[in-house]
Ligand binder design. Sequence first.
Ligand SMILES: *Cc1c(COP(=O)(O)O)cnc(C)c1O
Length: 228
Amino acid sequence: MSEDVVANWRSVCSEIARAATDCGRAAADVTLVAVSKTFDGDHIWPVIEAGQRVFGENRVQEAKAKWPDLRARTKTLGAGAIQLHLIGLLQSNKAREAVELFDVIETVDRPKIAEALAGEIARQGRHPRLYVQVNTGAEPQKAGILPEQADDFIASCRGLGLTIDGLMCIPPVEGLASPHFALLAQIAVRNRVPKLSMGMSADYPLAIQNGATHVRVGSAIFGHRDHG
Ligand SMILES: *Cc1c(COP(=O)(O)O)cnc(C)c1O
């Protein structure tokens, strides 16, 4: 099982490198965020041992239960430290724990959460990197700021003293993803936001063609999830 996961991880890494070089980018320009939600520490550890350091989780409580141990074990390997990305909806009553635990929060998506994060960052003096989630397909069931409100929202985050390092999107399941990736890239350029988190197991090479700096890949590495 763990050999499969490590083999999967290796092929995703080489696909990323191939997709990047195919469009004239350096492989090192694209960071793999290995999405480990729903998988326990024993499942994740072989990938850490193999060299992966950047992981994504969608729930604060789940991450809090798994990652302190994995981080401590990773220190014994002596290489780089774990970088943990929050990629799921953040409730404002979890802002404190999110700022404590995560290195990147990819789901800044509404004024209330921006204010809660600004308060916690000031209080803790800890500065996770922040990405704004954009609902590129304007899907009612999906989180994220609407594309037409993104410029104002990014400006208001900056007004609160927050540094917005990236944008993130999850395109609709149906239809082509590339117009959504292109839209996110346009919003990033005109707002001078450097990072683009887009692309999942099904479409990360396409996202890389469209400028992704971070791809969030779960099932292609860890296998099928029953939930989450
Ligand atoms: C689960 C999840 C992923 C990974 O999806 P896969 O299709 O398993 O690669 C990426 N991004 C977000 C926001 C997720 O919730």
